[in-house]
Design a protein around this ligand. Structure first.
Ligand code: DX5
Ligand code: ZN
Length: 223
């Protein structure tokens, strides 16, 4: 079953709760929370206080995408604030810090993901962690903003991850993030995607509930 993860970066911060309620009614499976520090990526967004506040408002699990240069420093804080899933960027990791990361995830009890910028190649060492990771996020836009166009170059990486997963019998999920909309959902599903992050395609739609239901229907029809 596909999971739809609306990205709250697309919402007006002053009326965010309204969008969140509509997304819940539409059947959001996760809320994708983009944490951006203005250094790793060119925008500044949310911190742990928002995650903590949302945790009190919704039972939908939060998937926190850390687009920050030193994610290790904040894992405990975001996890304590209520993040169930946390992804950190491959570009901030090496083999040793990745080992530390998956250990921290086990200790703190969150699902560990690794996000990858569109033009970053996956290094051989990452495969050693495929058994420990809950999900991998091959990004299809440059990190920073909602509303960018889907980069189809990412499809090859998604396919390669799906092949590696099948061959190695791994359980990690593949999460698509960036420019996901009704025109590419079927393609993404056919390449093995399990989680669809979607910001502008649902939150800028005239009817948020309908937009989520429609995406899910399209995705499930393909799967
Ligand atoms: C981009 C973020 C995405 C973004 C998705 O840096 O990681 O999660 O908010 O928004 P759309 O679906 O509009 O590309
Ligand atoms: Zn994201």
């Amino acid at each position: 079953m596909v999971k739809i993860a609306p990205s709250i970066l697309s919402l007006n911060p002053l009326t965010m709760l309204d969008g969140i309620r509509q997304a819940e009614e539409g059947g959001a499976d996760l809320f994708h929370v983009d944490v951006i520090d203005g250094v790793f990526a060119p925008n500044i967004s949310f911190g742990p206080s928002l995650v903590r506040a949302l945790y009190k408002e919704t039972t939908v699990p939060m998937d926190v995408h850390m687009m920050i240069t030193n994610p290790m420093r904040y894992l405990e804080t975001f996890c304590g604030a209520g993040a169930k899933m946390i992804s950190v960027h491959l570009e901030t990791l090496d083999k040793w810090s990745c080992a530390h990361y998956v250990r921290m995830a086990k200790e703190l009890g969150f699902e560990a993901g690794v996000a990858i910028k569109p033009y970053t190649k996956i290094p051989a060492w990452l495969r050693e962690f495929y058994g420990d990771l809950s999900y991998i996020v091959p990004m299809s836009v440059e990190p920073g903003f909602s509303g960018q166009s889907f980069l189809s170059d990412t499809l090859g990486k998604i396919q390669a991850l799906n092949d590696d997963r099948r061959l190695g019998k791994y359980n990690f999920l593949i999460e698509a993030d960036g420019g996901v909309n009704s025109s590419n959902v079927k393609l993404l599903m056919s390449r093995g995607v399990d989680v669809l992050v979607t910001g502008s395609a649902v939150f800028d739609a005239p009817n948020i509930k309908e937009a989520i239901r429609e995406l899910k229907k399209l995705a499930e029809h393909q799967a």
